[in-house]
Design a binder for this molecule. Structure first.
Ligand SMILES: Nc1ncnc2c1ncn2[C@@H]1O[C@H](COP(=O)(O)OP(=O)(O)O)[C@@H](O)[C@H]1O
Ligand SMILES: [Mg+2]
Length: 350
């Protein structure tokens, strides 16, 4: 019987939809492979929102997990939800330990299973000495300290833990890629308090965790790959300051027009529809190969949606930009940025 293959990361973009990104994936895979030889340094993958960063990182992790690169992928996606540092600390290190162990055991199901907590990890029976070392020397300590102290220890605990991936890399010889999606959100959503007050006026400033990666980002045993949405000046403030000069930058551009055309063909076929090669190229060039805009056109609620003429396609794009999902996307984007700009009012707005 053939086992259905479970992927370590559930991809938002399905296998049938995923298009192109061949070159960037090749570059990132080389970067990843070289971590074993300690010649990769920290990288940032930058683009405006919805350009496909998460899609690329998901694919990268699912690819490298099954190859024998002998480097553990720690992949943490920032959620755009407010949380306390104490809760965040637990979630972050539960994810780290679970994924590190899952990689050693070559177990994609464990990697994916976010219901497995630290106590369950501790109970895991295994003959692997490295896993037992992580359980006995690291997870146990973490749980003890976490249970003994309250939220006032969270910041110190966080700072004491930050070298863990590098330390394990040195002791066990299994290096780590620290991959964080939407890294700049570590500056805006985490509060070093006991409980987040309902009244926004009573809320303190969010705590800035990005600065705590000062040393970690220089590690060759556990270098970082972070993604960031560079539309605003925000990413500059995050990557300036203490992290300035620590990261190499890669920019994720829209797709080539031909690849955008391939994408619209795939998306329409999956929806039981079709488009000629010529019009697929036309649509893709009208949205500059932007994968999310292509997706919005395929999904559009435009009345009398018609992909069989240039006029029809123009109407779909017009509808999307003025009323549809593309419009909604920009509206949300501006609302969020207003919030950020208010928090960041000490810096010059680019
Ligand atoms: N390589 C790709 N193949 C197919 N669709 C893509 C691809 N990259 C992005 N998309 C589309 O664009 C959307 C946004 O991509 P996402 O990775 O979430 O962007 P980001 O992380 O940069 O904000 C996806 O949900 C998908 O519809
Ligand atoms: Mg994303």
């Amino acid at each position: 019987m053939v086992e259905p293959q479970v992927l370590p990361v559930e991809e938002m973009v399905s296998e049938e939809e995923f298009t192109d990104r061949v070159e960037i994936l090749r570059e990132l895979e080389t970067w990843y492979r070289n971590i074993k030889h300690r010649i990769s340094s920290s990288m940032a993958l930058i683009s405006p929102r919805r350009m496909g960063k998460t899609a690329v990182l998901d694919k990268l992790v699912n690819t490298v997990f099954f190859k024998d690169y002998d480097v553990a992928p720690f992949y943490f996606k920032m959620k755009r939800e407010e949380t306390t540092l104490r809760k965040f600390l637990l979630e972050y290190y539960t994810t780290f330990f679970r994924q590190y162990i899952a990689y050693i055991l070559k177990d994609p199901v464990l990697y994916a299973n976010n219901k497995v907590d630290l106590k369950a990890l501790l109970k895991l029976k295994t003959g692997d000495e490295r896993v037992r070392y992580v359980q006995e020397e690291h997870i146990k300590d973490f749980i003890e300290r976490y249970e003994e102290y309250d939220w006032q220890d969270a910041r110190n605990h966080w700072e004491d833990m930050i070298k863990t991936p590098e330390f394990l890399g040195a002791v066990l010889g299994l290096h780590v890629a620290v991959i964080i999606d939407e890294f700049q959100d570590m500056k805006f959503y985490i509060y070093d308090i006991d409980v987040i007050p309902d009244d926004p006026a009573k809320k303190p400033m969010a705590t800035d965790l990005t600065a705590t990666y000062d040393r970690q980002s220089q590690s060759r045993r556990a270098p970082m790959l972070v993604s960031g949405s560079a539309v605003t000046m925000i990413f500059r403030t995050v990557m300036g300051g203490p992290l300035g000069g620590r990261f190499g930058f890669k920019y994720l551009k829209p797709m080539a027009i031909e690849d955008g055309a391939t994408l619209i063909k795939k998306l329409l076929r999956l929806r039981g529809s079709d488009i000629t090669d010529e019009l697929a190229i036309y649509l893709s060039s009208q949205v500059n190969g932007h994968p999310y805009y292509v997706y919005c056109c395929a999904e559009s609620d435009c009345p009398d949606k018609d992909f069989s003429t240039k006029d029809g396609i123009d109407r779909i794009i017009e509808y999307e930009v003025t009323r549809g999902k593309i419009f909604g996307f920009w509206e949300t984007h501006f609302a969020e940025n207003r919030k950020y700009i208010n928090q960041d009012n000490d810096i010059e707005l680019g």
